[in-house]
Design a protein around this ligand. Structure first.
Ligand SMILES: *Cc1c(COP(=O)(O)O)cnc(C)c1O
Length: 237
């Protein structure tokens, strides 16, 4: 693996580029500067490299597996942590205790558990409902038609905060298909927010391959791994 100093410099360079791209896409979409936040997906790197991400200026980090995240959580980085992976019931207590956002809520049972854990642990965790927009069989998330009922259920849980929707785009989608799917998530958010009279301001969508399309479609959070944190150019394989 590359030396930490070289890595930090490279991340700084990439972040500057990505922020420029994001702000350009926001302006083009007529959106306010700074209205989309970048979550750097640190699952590709160890704790010492995650510290470089923070030194390079990143303030939100995302992880999809607790086990991979734990050494980084233990290093007490001054960041906001986002959990973006499958929620296993036996790990939920540790996730609620350590993460500030959960992007992958898609089961009633999990919602009930998070509600209870937030109360027990005195935590406020912002949750996003994961939606399987593309309908791919292997993908997590609720079907679009299930989302309204689920959000209504969540509204009955006093310690659970649902602040928006999240999706993962289809594997191998081109830019047009990516935009079309993300537009569907935004439309769904708009209709559910109206139907249940809730503010669902957040849309977590867009990864390294499609984050500019995501901004154009209204993403408030883009989750960036390869373009920012790691790829072949940075790491000797
Ligand atoms: C890994 C991961 C990302 C980042 O993907 P890149 O293509 O590396 O940007 C985003 N979201 C989720 C849920 C992930 O697991």
């Amino acid at each position: 693996m590359t030396s930490l100093a070289v890595y930090e410099t490279e991340v700084r360079r990439r972040l500057e580029h990505v922020v420029g791209q994001v702000e350009g896409a926001l302006a083009e979409a007529g959106r306010a500067p700074g209205s989309a936040r970048i979550v750097a997906v640190s699952k590709y790197v160890d704790a010492s490299h995650a510290a470089c991400l923070v030194r390079a200026g990143l303030t939100h980090l995302g992880e999809n597996r607790l086990q991979v995240a734990q050494p980084k959580l233990d290093s007490q980085l001054p960041v906001t942590w986002h959990f973006i992976g499958p929620l296993q019931r036996n790990k939920l207590r540790r996730i609620v205790a350590q993460f500030d956002w959960i992007h992958s809520l898609d089961r009633h049972e999990t919602a009930r558990d998070i509600d209870r854990l937030c109360m027990e642990l005195g935590r406020e965790v912002r949750c996003l409902v994961q939606v399987n927009v593309s309908g791919e069989a292997e993908k997590s998330g609720l079907a679009p038609g299930e989302v309204q009922e689920f959000v209504e259920f969540c509204q009955t849980l006093p310690n659970l905060q649902v602040v928006g929707l999240m999706m993962i785009g289809s594997r191998g989608a081109d830019a047009g298909q990516a935009r079309e799917e993300m537009g569907r998530l935004r439309t769904l958010r708009d209709s559910v927010a109206q139907a249940v009279d809730a503010a669902l301001p957040e849309l977590s969508m867009g990864m390294s391959g499609d984050y500019l399309e995501a901004i154009a479609e209204g993403a408030t959070i883009v989750r960036l791994g390869r373009v920012l944190v790691a790829d072949e150019e940075v790491f000797d394989k």
